[in-house]
Each structure stands twice: as C-alpha cells, then as structure tokens.
Write a protein of this length. Structure first.
Length: 264
C-alpha cells in the first residue's frame, strides 16, 4: 500500500489513540477481561508500529562525494508528528538503509514553521540552520554534504558525513532526531553507539568549509542530487533560525531563548 499523506495520517492517528488507551488501561488491569482487553490493545499497537516501520518511503537524500553513491533514508516526509521523530523509541523502517563504504554519519537541521507542533512525545529536530561539526571534518579525507527535504510544513536539511579514508577514531553524531547512531563499516551495519553533539561544537559559518572543499551541497528540489561546491549561489549560507539543538514537547520549544538567533 502506498504511503500517501492520508494513509500515513490514518496510521499515526490510530497509533496515537491506541497508545493512549494502553497507557490508561495498564495500571488498572486486574480482571481477566481487562487483561484480555489490554492484550488486544497491545497487539494492535504492535501491528500499527510494524505498518509504520514497513511503509516508510525511501527518500533519496545525499550523494557520496567519493563514489557517487546515492544515500536513501526510510523517512517520514509529512511532518514531525509521525513516530520517525520520536527520539527515544522511533519507528525508522525495517532493515538497514544501504550505504557506501565512504559513509560515516547522518545528522541534520530543521527550520521549524510556527506555531510549534503539539506532540505526545519528545522530539529533537536539531538547529534550524545547517551546520558543521569541525572535529568531524578536520581529518584528511573527511567531507560533508548538505541537502534539503520537505518535512510537512517544515524544511529539513539532511547532513551526511563521508570519508576516504574514514578516521575510525572519530565519534560520529547520533542519527538525525534520534538518540543513537547506526554505525557502518565498509557499507554494512556494525552496531550502534551514542554520541551527543553539543551546541558549542557546531559551526554555522559554512562558507569557509565550502571554500576549503570540505563541504558540498545539493540544491533544494534537485532530483538529480548533483553535488555543488561553490560558495557563490549556495542557498544554505546564513539562514535564519535558532542555533541550538531544538527539543519539542507538548507544544513547547526548548531550550528557552529570549529571541531566535540568526546568521549574521
């Protein structure tokens, strides 16, 4: 079945309803009838989660600057109210997205439309503008690619790191919006690890990194995913928005700032 907006919204809405019913029932399920009802609710929850995992579309997001491989991600393009964005227990598809031998890590930024979504789970969307983590690009052979993708009414900026060679001493960032990083070795899954990228590690001044040949980008809407490497004409420079890792819970945006920060 095609993962249309309507299909996705129906799955998300029903999953949210079933989760709420489970949360309400399980503390007081004492009788056999209540336990049977709880078991039925949990079975439906499991089936809905499996459908969300299986039906996520594979979205082309990046291109390797070394071998030209196109990286896809099973991704929810319809908004952050879907459970791909649930930070601790996200639904991110089945299996492992294919990666080339040069792939190192995947993070991102999200320019948030207002008003902020009211969600029943916590999400961490990243800063609102694309950024570099300098320690990941300083080793010889490491590069970064920025692209753009719609996320419902928001604008996402996937950020992929590649290396030739990859410095295996580097600790990569957690996957975009998640609390863990899927580790790859030579294009194959090799476990998971956790590494938080702190706000003070991020550099939002992209132009010097592009000029050095360390950062390339794909123009918004470019279905050919052509890599570009000129400072002039780069649409990702000096974008407005908060320069912190944003967290959203129940319609509140954290951390609290006096005013949104923006590029100079």
């Amino acid at each position: 079945m095609s993962f249309t907006r309507e299909r996705r919204d129906a799955l998300v809405a029903r999953y949210r309803t079933v989760r709420a019913a489970e949360d309400e029932l399980w503390p007081r399920a004492r009788t056999a009838a209540e336990r049977a009802e709880l078991a039925a609710i949990r079975a439906e929850s499991t089936a809905l989660a499996a459908a969300l995992d299986a039906e996520l579309p594979c979205v082309p997001m990046s291109r390797c600057p070394f071998c030209d491989f196109v990286a896809e991600e099973q991704f929810d393009p319809y908004g952050i109210d879907g459970y791909w964005w649930q930070r601790e227990v996200s639904h991110r598809g089945v299996g492992s997205p294919p990666r080339c031998a040069h792939y190192f890590g995947f993070t991102g930024a999200l320019a948030l439309a207002r008003p902020i979504d009211v969600l029943d789970f916590a999400v961490e969307t990243g800063p609102e503008a694309p950024f570099v983590v300098p320690r990941l690009l300083e080793p010889p052979g490491m590069k970064m690619v920025i692209s753009s993708t719609p996320v419902g009414r928001h604008t996402g900026y996937p950020i992929f790191y590649y290396g030739d060679p990859i410095d295996r001493e580097l600790e990569g960032p957690a996957d975009w919006g998640h609390h863990l990083r899927l580790v790859y070795r030579n294009g194959f899954r090799a476990g998971k690890e956790a590494r938080t990228v702190f706000d003070e590690e991020c550099d939002f001044d992209l132009a010097p990194w592009i000029a050095r040949g360390k950062v390339q980008y794909i123009l918004p809407g470019d279905e050919t995913l052509t890599l570009r490497s000129t400072v002039e004409g780069c649409p990702y420079l000096d974008l407005p928005g908060r320069r912190v890792h944003n967290r959203i819970y129940q319609g509140e945006l954290w951390p609290k700032l006096d005013e949104p920060t923006s590029g100079s």
